[in-house]
Design a protein around this ligand. Structure first.
Ligand code: SDX
Length: 428
């Protein structure tokens, strides 16, 4: 098969190179198209446009396949831990026992945040959204760690920023939760592994030592692994384009957190639970709400359903759905919204509207039910998504820097007014 594509415009034919990825994906390289033809391409929302070449995550939306650095999400969710997956995504290989031990040790050296960062928490109004707090706090890290602003940092300096970000994020996320309760912050305990430490800081109290249930640690590891990366999604693309202007890691991640906040993206996990609770309060009539989701005159969408890329089951949704049953049973919780979610899924998967549009449950459809069972409030769900996605964002930012990619600057097609003369205000 030819490794070029021909584009015929008028009486000219342009030869464009065809790129083939290691999973046999094909792309037409248009990087010289405008120079050769004067034309740009237009693809609003980038549904058909590759922004980069990446070796981090592969997904096949038609087959419902997701792999991190070549390892299937099913294997990693079953056998790995979040910190091991973070190492895999960021450094490219599964760590040896020695490397993992050293990585965990490095993280444990940086879990404390500067005490002055607490002043930010004092400034946030009670009840302010955790995602707004997290985005502000992560960007503020560039003020507390100004070395991260140094241009042309060495690999060691970049790696220190990476370790600091991973380590401190779990502290910041747990303190955001404590702030929402008006409770005192709990400091990290370096005797714990990353996820146990996070749960300790989140659910611990200064008044007594608590035992962290290994069932909850296992569930949290699985959820964080499933959220760890997802190739060029909205927030990862945001991190890459902000980083491409040579913005520091913290500023790039803060932008990614803001992108994830949207209910069409990571904010969907909060929106799903709010939707399920609304259906529950409305008497649990799933048929009524499915009809609303299909009604073009009704702005209601079935949150947690549909995906820009997956036109089959989101493999993460399958894993989380099974984990839901396991965890709720182990914790002895019978959550009616889980039954409503299962009923919605059952009805939607048979309904032609959803079948024709290839709308399936995505990662956000069931995740909130587990977060709820673990004791998290709904407005913390997207912050937990951000905690999970952090190693993926870091890996994407690091790859973009290492590949010395140019500043991201898309073109456009102008459709506005042409050549207007200025009119003095008294003549308008
Ligand atoms: C995440 O990109 C990633 O990888 C993201 C993510 C990651 O890990 O980073 O996977 C995480 O963001 C998951 C998605 C979470 N969002 C939601 O659950 C919100 C609800 N879903 C949608 O709004 C929607 O499905 C999107 C935004 C996810 C995808 O939208 P697309 O691909 O742009 O599709 P579209 O909006 O053009 O919809 C196509 C059709 C439309 O109908 P028609 O115009 O053809 O008649 O499907 C309809 C839409 O109205 N549709 C839905 C629907 N989703 C799409 N109708 C009802 N309910 C829905 N949920």
């Amino acid at each position: 098969m030819s490794d070029t594509a021909q584009l015929i415009i008028g009486d000219k034919t342009y030869e464009l190179p065809v790129i083939t990825g290691t999973e046999d994906e094909k792309a037409i390289d248009i990087s010289k198209l405008r120079d050769q033809s004067g034309y740009v391409t237009l693809d609003i929302g980038y549904k058909n446009t590759g922004a980069t070449k990446s070796a981090i995550t592969f997904l096949d939306g038609e087959k419902g396949i997701l792999k991190y650095r070549g390892y299937s999400i099913e294997q990693l969710a079953e056998k790995s831990t979040f910190i091991e997956v973070a190492y895999l995504l960021i450094y490219g290989d599964l760590p040896t026992a020695e490397q993992l031990k050293d990585f965990q040790y490095q993280l444990s050296r940086h879990t404390l945040v500067q005490e002055d960062m607490k002043k930010f928490f004092d400034g946030f109004p009670q009840g302010s959204h955790p995602m707004g707090q997290l985005s502000s706090l992560v960007c503020a890290m560039s003020a507390f760690y100004p070395d991260s602003l140094k241009p042309n940092q060495t690999a060691q300096e970049v790696n220190l920023s990476i370790v600091k970000t991973l380590a401190k994020m779990s502290t910041l996320v747990s303190w955001i939760y404590k702030k929402s309760l008006g409770h005192p912050y709990i400091y990290p305990r370096n005797k714990y592994d990353y996820v146990t430490n996070f749960l300790y800081m989140t659910f611990g109290q200064r008044t007594e030592e608590i035992e962290i249930d290994p069932v909850i640690v296992d569930a949290m590891n699985k959820l964080l692994i499933l959220h760890a990366d997802h190739e060029q999604n909205c927030s990862a693309s945001t991190v890459r384009i902000v980083g491409s202007s040579d913005s520091n890691l913290y500023a790039s991640l803060s932008a990614g957190i803001s992108a994830l906040w949207g209910p069409l993206h990571g904010g969907a996990n909060q929106a799903v639970i709010e939707m399920l609770e609304k259906i529950q309060q409305d008497g649990g009539d799933t048929d009524k709400w499915i009809a609303k989701a299909k009604d073009k005159n009704d702005p209601f969408r079935l949150m947690g359903f549909g995906h820009r890329v997956y036109k089959n089951f989101d493999p993460r949704a399958r894993i989380i759905k099974k984990a839901c049953d396991d965890i709720l049973e182990k914790l002895g919780i019978d959550d009616e919204v889980l039954q409503i979610a299962k009923k919605l899924e059952e009805v939607a998967l048979k309904d032609p509207y959803f079948v024709q549009r290839k709308l399936y449950p995505n990662v956000d459809f069931y995740s909130g039910i587990i977060y709820r069972a673990l004791g998290f409030p709904t407005d913390m769900f997207t912050v937990l998504f951000a905690l999970g996605r952090l190693p993926g964002w870091i890996a994407q930012w690091k790859e973009m820097k290492e590949n010395k990619e140019p500043i991201g600057r898309p073109r456009q097609i102008y459709t506005g007014e042409v050549n207007r003369e200025y009119v003095d205000i008294d003549k308008r």
